[in-house]
Ligand binder design. Structure first.
Ligand SMILES: [Zn+2]
Length: 261
């Protein structure tokens, strides 16, 4: 199994629209960040986590032509606004794409874009997604990939964290309860939100202090930070962080041992 970080940027990306780089060095390619999304792949199964506005760019960068499922962490716009671009994958695969999320997320996505699930407008819109409701805490399997979900406190809602064997993905999280930490126990590679960076208190995203506390307890071999804002320059982060915690970058590929390729 391998994980590709398709995007590791915060909601506005780096640079944000208008060319705002913040403190990030535009000359460093690792500061060019699209919205947060990963691809989880085995030899036979391809899973996309979240459907960002950069989805088309993401799939074309890795030359991916089919998907066995799309997992949604939550319904915030930067995680779901690229859903329309799944139409091409469904069309060329000649089948509906399974869309996994908790009830709250799927209900909100269906409320915003009913035509994704139901034929409409005299046949102009043909549905191409199939609802697959999953529990905040539970296990399921897509193809040959086992997935375990855990609920994460995102301040304003519950987001889903996902564990895939020895790897886990925790996007958009400010706090983890004991149940979530129990699921993460033994994880060797963890990709986790750190958009709060050095701020003392952020309502919706973990800061570095919080990530340090978690990693001291869970002791993953490698932890990669995602949801990186324009306040977070790649090289500065590399200098600041301990060696077992690294910033992610777009296009980073991690094998199940946690090594970057
Ligand atoms: Zn969010």
């Amino acid at each position: 199994m391998k994980i590709t970080v398709l995007g590791c940027g915060a909601s506005m990306g780096t640079p944000s629209a208008g060319g705002f780089w913040g403190v990030c060095d535009p000359k460093d390619a690792k500061n060019h960040r699209t919205r947060a999304s990963i691809l989880v792949q085995s030899a036979t199964t391809d899973l996309l986590i979240d459907a960002t506005v950069d989805l088309r760019t993401h799939l074309n960068r890795v030359n991916l032509k089919k998907l066995d499922g799309v997992l949604l962490s939550h319904d915030h716009s930067d995680h779901v606004n690229g859903m329309d671009d799944l139409r091409a994958i469904a069309y060329h695969g000649n089948r509906l794409i399974d869309l996994y999320g908790n009830k709250e997320t799927l209900d909100e996505v269906e409320r915003r874009w009913p035509y994704l699930f139901t034929p409409k407008s005299g046949g102009i819109y043909v549905e191409f997604l199939k609802r697959r409701e999953i529990a905040d805490a539970g296990k399921f399997r897509v193809g040959d990939i086992d997935i375990e979900t855990f609920g994460q406190d995102h301040g304003v809602c519950t987001s889903l964290g996902f564990r895939f064997g020895t790897c886990a993905y925790s996007v958009d999280v400010v706090n983890l309860d004991e149940d979530a930490l129990a699921v993460l126990e033994g994880v060797e590679t963890w990709i986790v939100d750190a958009a709060g960076y050095q701020k003392e208190a952020v309502k919706t995203h973990a800061n570095l202090q919080r990530v340090y506390k978690w990693t001291e307890r869970l002791k993953p071999k490698m932890t990669y930070l995602t949801v990186l804002t324009t306040h977070m320059d790649y090289k500065t982060l590399c200098d600041e962080l301990p060696p077992h915690i690294r910033p992610a970058y777009d296009g980073m590929v991690i094998d199940t041992e946690g090594n970057r390729r």
